[in-house]
Design a protein around this ligand. Structure first.
Ligand SMILES: Cc1cc2nc3c(=O)[nH]c(=O)nc-3n(C[C@H](O)[C@H](O)[C@H](O)COP(=O)(O)OP(=O)(O)OC[C@H]3O[C@@H](n4cnc5c(N)ncnc54)[C@H](O)[C@@H]3O)c2cc1C
Ligand code: SF4
Length: 339
C-alpha cells in the first residue's frame, strides 16, 4: 500500500477545505470499499480525510413529510428505521439485499452510492483499465463480461484500447432504490451547498470513464433526502444474483407505483449508472400494469441494449433477464400480485 497522510478534521467545512486543497485527497467514511482499494493499489491518495464522525448519523423527518438520511447513517440503521420500512420499503429491501450484516453495519449512506465498480479488471492493477488509468484501454471488452453493462456504454467502439471504452456497471443496490424514489442529494463543496437529483449523481462513461459521478473534487455528500410519497404508493426491490447472498446483482429492479398512474422503474447491474427506465415509464404511465403491457414497454426500453460477447458466453442473457425481472417486480405491486 502506498503511504498516505490521514486526518480527522473537526467539522465538515474543514474536511471539505482539506480535500479541496490537495488534488490527490479522498474522503473516508465506513472504509469498506476505499480501504480495499488502498490495499489493492487501485486507490493511491496522498491524503485520506476521515468524515465518518462529522456528518449526521440520524434519520430525521423533513417538514414536507419526507425523510433525511444523514450521510453517516449506516445501511443497517436506515434499513431498520420504521419510517423507511413502512413508507419506502423499496429502500429497506435494497439495503438488506446488499453485502452482509457486518458490512451493512459499517457501510454508510454517503459511501454506498459512491462505491466503485466491481469490474474485475478495475480491481486488477496488472490489466489495462480506462477507469483506473485513463487512456490505458479496457481489458473487459472481449474478456469476462458476465457482470458488465448492456445499456449506455461506449462498447460500440470497436477498439478496446480506445480511451473512452468502459462497459462497467455501478454496483450499489441502495442507489437503484434511491434513483426510483427520486431522492435528492445534499452536497457541501468548496463553493458552498447544493442539492442535486439523485438521478444526476452518477454519469455514463462518455469520453472519461475515470469519473463515476458529477461531484466536483472536494464535494462531500452530507445527506440524502427521500421525498414524500402519496398515500397508497407501493414499492419493491428485486435482485437477481449468482448466489442467494453476498453477491452483487446481475440484474436488479426497483419499482415504485404511485396512485394516479405514475410508475417508476430503476435498473441495477445493466449500466454505468443506476438506470431509470424512462422510456418504459412513459409508456406505462396511467396504463393497466398487465404483463403484456410491461413487456411491450420494456421492449422499447431495451431496444438500445448492446450485449457484450465474451468469455463464458458474454452477457446477452441480461436482456431477457431484465424483461422477466421487471415483469415479476411490477406484477408483485398489482392488487392481484399482493394478494
Ligand atoms: C464482500 C463485499 C460484498 C459487498 N456486497 C454488496 C452488495 O451486494 N451490494 C451493495 O450495494 N454493496 C455491496 N458491497 C459494497 C458496500 O456496500 C460498500 O463498500 C459500502 O456501501 C461503501 O460505503 P462506505 O461508507 O464503507 O464507503 P467508503 O469505502 O468509506 O467510501 C467509498 C467511496 O465513497 C467516498 N465517500 C464516502 N463518503 C462520502 C461522502 N459523504 N461524500 C463524498 N464522498 C464520500 C470515498 O471517498 C470512496 O471513494 C460489498 C462490499 C464487500 C466488501
Ligand atoms: S469496463 Fe471500465 S472498469 Fe472495467 S476494465 Fe474496462 S474501463 Fe476498466
Amino acid at each position: 500500500m502506498k503511504p498516505f497522510a490521514y486526518v480527522r478534521p473537526s467539522d465538515v467545512a474543514e474536511a471539505v477545505r482539506d480535500v479541496a486543497a490537495e488534488p490527490n485527497a479522498v474522503f473516508l467514511a465506513g472504509g469498506t470499499n476505499l480501504v480495499d482499494h488502498l490495499k489493492l493499489g487501485v486507490a493511491r491518495p496522498d491524503l485520506v480525510v476521515d468524515v465518518r464522525t462529522l456528518t449526521s448519523r440520524e434519520v430525521t423527518d423533513l417538514p414536507d413529510g419526507g425523510l433525511r438520511l444523514g450521510a453517516a447513517s449506516t445501511n443497517s440503521e436506515v434499513a431498520a428505521d420504521r419510517r423507511v420500512r413502512e413508507r419506502y420499503p423499496v429502500l429497506a429491501q435494497a439495503l438488506l439485499a446488499g453485502a452482509t450484516g457486518q458490512l451493512r453495519n459499517t457501510a454508510t449512506t454517503g459511501g454506498n452510492p459512491l462505491q466503485r465498480t466491481r469490474c474485475v479488471y478495475f480491481q486488477d492493477v496488472t490489466t489495462p483499465c480506462n477507469k483506473r488509468e485513463p487512456g490505458s484501454g479496457c481489458a473487459a471488452v472481449g474478456g469476462y463480461t458476465r457482470y458488465h453493462a448492456i445499456l449506455g456504454t461506449t462498447a460500440a467502439l470497436p477498439d478496446p484500447t480506445a480511451a473512452e471504452t468502459c462497459i462497467a456497471t455501478h454496483p450499489s443496490d441502495m442507489a437503484v432504490a434511491l434513483a426510483a424514489l427520486d431522492a435528492q442529494v445534499q452536497v457541501l463543496g468548496p463553493t458552498g451547498e447544493r442539492t442535486l437529483p439523485f438521478t444526476e449523481l452518477h454519469r455514463l462513461p462518455g469520453d472519461d470513464p475515470s469519473r463515476d459521478t458529477t461531484l466536483a473534487h472536494g464535494e462531500l455528500i452530507t445527506a440524502i433526502d427521500l421525498p414524500p410519497l402519496p398515500a397508497g404508493t407501493r414499492s419493491t426491490y428485486r435482485k437477481v444474483r449468482d448466489r442467494a447472498s453476498y453477491a452483487f446483482a446481475l440484474v436488479s429492479v426497483a419499482a415504485v407505483v404511485v396512485p394516479g398512474g405514475d410508475v417508476r422503474i430503476a435498473l441495477g447491474g445493466v449500466a454505468h449508472t443506476p438506470w431509470r427506465a424512462t422510456r418504459a415509464e412513459e409508456l406505462l404511465r396511467g396504463a393497466e400494469l398487465t404483463d403484456d403491457a410491461v413487456r411491450a414497454a420494456m421492449d422499447v426500453e431495451l431496444a438500445a441494449a448492446q450485449p457484450q460477447p465474451g468469455e463464458g458466453g458474454g452477457n446477452g442473457f441480461k436482456v431477457p433477464l431484465v424483461h422477466r425481472t421487471v415483469v415479476a417486480t411490477l406484477r408483485a405491486l398489482t392488487p392481484e400480485g399482493q394478494s
